[in-house]
Design a protein around this ligand. Structure first.
Ligand code: GLC
Ligand code: GLC
Length: 655
């Protein structure tokens, strides 16, 4: 008998044993809501074989496997039965239209509750602003309880069930989710599941010596295991602390802390951890989250002798989480945050794992092209690495709350005669403003003296030249900076997938250097691009038609409206095009039977695409640029001004 057959039989047998016990436990609830109970049974049976196979693969060797399995299925039933009605309705809608997120109507934004609006209530008052931007997706940065002082911007979670009291309450969060939903905005929250804060109840119990909870984490009495692991580990925050372990004098143990010392990595080899986190995840789902951002997915499984990133079990764990959502919260999708090699990023994306993923490769290469004024690496990489499986989508972004790391495949670079390491150090120099002719004002992040690695912090506007232009009062430079910013936006808005705007960037917010005087922030330069929203300033520039910030905002709002009117942007069929000019990036979008041809000029000089190519790839002989509304014909070369971008469609009005 094959393994698969065996798993199938064992799955069937386990369910036969489990189901009657569930029926007894939930008899009253099932009688009160027979329809709901039927749905639960149907979904459980649909998922069962896959879920069981994943879990037995991960935990089958543990003596208490069946106990945890039964507990988890019970938790899923309880969670489904207590799921708010509006979410159950949404479940049905999403099950009927599982690729709703591929619509050109989707536009994402992200912000910190406190920095953007003070509190959850304050955020509610900003709904008109979100609607003015056209947002349909809003990622709120971690808002759960976390330590005072440094909490890695909330990425050290002390409770997955309590909102940070400074921001509001869990009740307010659910209400807000529902209100967003009424306004057509899907709530996105993080599931920070690789680690908890050292103040989480589980960590506190582990600190008190409770064996059950000590096993939730990786605690070592001496350096022997940490040393063995560190031989092959990458350092994530080398300027904060060398290595991946922290010595805790109070308990006289080394703790695995991939990120900051107060972020304790969870031990997913322990089924109790997986089970506990499934329950936390379903709780978050029922608070009204439609898209769950899976934080730091790459790190969740450790294996001696490897870099402990992207291990096969990490995928199995995420798939098992996915399976639980299909059973108990089917409207909810996963977005993977894997900021790793492009092949690894891809490995998390599928309908059964993460339906959505950040696209760090596009992000990094857009910046790379802006620095070099050449699109060869961008074009080469997208050709081979943009296509996704059915039923999934990219989340395309320019900036986020994190740094920019120069991710691209070294062989892709060599193929284009680029030396990968030399190029990365050029890009760092360029964005730190140290390279002659650079327009950027970035700040370095986590420079590792041992490896020479570094990453870049800074806002979109400061990296694209606006800060420097404003300081030197260069009118022309200012104009170029605005054009760069809008050109980058025009790409993430049209290339296919969900565009995601890091709020603040929509109005060209500059770097804010005051973080350096804050004890809890000074060591983390990412705070340079996490300023508090200044609404007085925002109102003033919104009313000042001469301000470059105003040009950015109005330009972006227009682009968003245009995106929504383009059926060709639906779905994720993108064909990259040889423009024959190393400064011009081009692609054709196919969606709903329509075509949209996008060309963008990454150089600060005018460029041309010749008429022959235009006839081959262009939308037709007579066509129109919907950005400028100019009509054109394919018997002339296409001429683009510095940083100009065109969205070309066939001109049906021409004879
Ligand atoms: C993710 C977050 C980042 C955080 C890290 C640890 O990468 O985006 O801000 O520092 O995870 O949770
Ligand atoms: C690491 C993580 C990434 C995170 C970053 C924070 O690179 O892989 O997820 O964004 O650290 O700087």
């Amino acid at each position: 008998m094959t393994d698969a057959n065996q798993v199938q039989q064992q799955a069937a047998l386990s369910l036969e044993r489990l189901w009657p016990r569930l029926e007894i436990t939930f008899r009253d609830a099932a009688n009160a809501a027979p329809d709901d109970w039927c749905k639960f049974e149907r979904r459980l049976r649909n998922e069962w074989e896959r879920l069981f196979g994943l879990l037995i693969g991960l935990y089958g060797g543990q003596y208490d496997f069946f106990y945890h399995l039964e507990e988890m299925v019970g938790a899923a039933a309880r969670s489904w039965l207590t799921r708010p009605t509006w979410l159950k309705r949404l479940d049905a809608r999403r099950e009927a239209d599982p690729v709703w997120f591929q619509s050109q109507m989707m536009v994402g934004g992200m912000c910190y509750v406190d920095l953007f609006a003070g509190t959850l209530r304050g955020l509610r008052d900003r709904i008109p602003y979100f609607k003015k931007l056209g947002l349909t997706y809003l990622h709120l940065m971690p808002l759960f309880e976390s330590p005072n002082g440094n909490s890695d911007g909330g990425y050290a979670v002390s409770s997955y069930r309590r909102v940070n009291p400074r921001l509001g309450t869990i009740g307010e969060l659910s209400k807000l989710a529902q209100e967003f939903h009424k306004h057509g905005i899907s709530l996105v929250l993080d599931f920070v599941f690789n680690h908890t804060s050292d103040e989480h109840e589980w960590a506190l119990r582990a600190q008190a010596g409770d064996y059950e909870y000590e096993r939730f984490y990786f605690l070592f009495p001496d350096r022997s295991m940490p040393d063995a692991y560190e031989r092959t580990l990458r350092e994530i925050f080398p300027t904060v602390r060398r290595g991946s372990f922290t010595w805790r004098e109070d308990i006289r143990k080394w703790v695995w802390t991939t990120f900051n010392s107060f972020q304790w990595d969870l031990n997913y080899a322990n089924p109790a951890v997986f089970r506990a986190m499934v329950e936390e995840m379903l709780f978050i789902a029922n608070s009204g989250v439609e898209i769950l951002r899976l934080d730091a997915v790459a790190f969740i499984w450790k294996r001696l002798g490897t870099n402990c990133e992207n291990q096969p079990e990490a995928h199995q764990i995420i798939q098992a989480f996915n399976s639980f959502t299909r059973i108990a919260a089917p409207a909810m999708l996963f977005k993977s945050e894997a900021i790793v090699h492009p092949d690894d990023v891809m490995s998390y994306i599928s309908p059964g794992e993460c339906q959505l993923s950040y696209n760090p490769l596009l992000m990094a290469l857009l910046w790379e092209s802006l620095a070099t004024r050449e699109v060869k690496l961008l074009d080469h990489s997208m050709r081979n690495r943009f296509r996704l499986p059915q039923g999934t989508a990219w989340v395309n972004y320019l900036r986020s709350h994190d740094d920019i790391g120069w991710t691209f495949d070294d062989n892709d670079a060599r193929w284009e005669w680029i030396d990968p390491d030399g190029h990365r150090s050029f890009l760092n120099q360029f964005y730190l403003g140290r390279f002659p002719g650079s327009f950027a004002r970035g700040v370095s992040f986590q420079e590792n003296p041992a490896t020479g690695d570094a990453r870049i912090s800074g806002t979109l506007a400061s990296l694209a030249g606006l800060e420097q232009a404003i300081q030197s009062a260069g009118e022309q430079q200012m104009e170029l900076a605005v054009r760069r910013i809008l050109m980058l936006h025009s790409i993430i808005l049209s290339i296919g997938g969900i565009p995601l705007i890091y709020l603040g960037d929509e109005i060209g917010t500059l770097n804010e250097y005051s973080f350096a005087s804050d004890l809890y922030k000074v060591d983390d330069s990412r705070w340079v691009h996490r300023p508090k929203a200044d609404w007085v300033w925002r109102d003033s520039v919104e009313n000042d038609p001469d301000s470059p910030h105003n040009h950015i905002l109005t330009g972006l709002v227009q682009l968003i409206e245009l995106r929504k009117q383009q059926p060709a942007i639906y779905g994720n069929e993108t064909e990259f095009v040889e423009t024959g000019n190393g400064h011009l990036f081009g692609y054709v979008r196919h969606g709903g039977g329509h075509r949209l041809f996008v060309v963008a000029n990454f150089s600060d000089l005018p460029q041309e695409m010749d008429a022959d190519r235009l006839r081959v790839y262009g939308p037709g002989f007579n066509f129109r640029d919907i950005i400028t509304t100019q009509t054109l014909t394919a018997d002339q070369p296409l001429r683009l001004a510095p940083y100009q971008y065109m969205w070309l469609v066939v001109d049906s009005t021409a004879s």
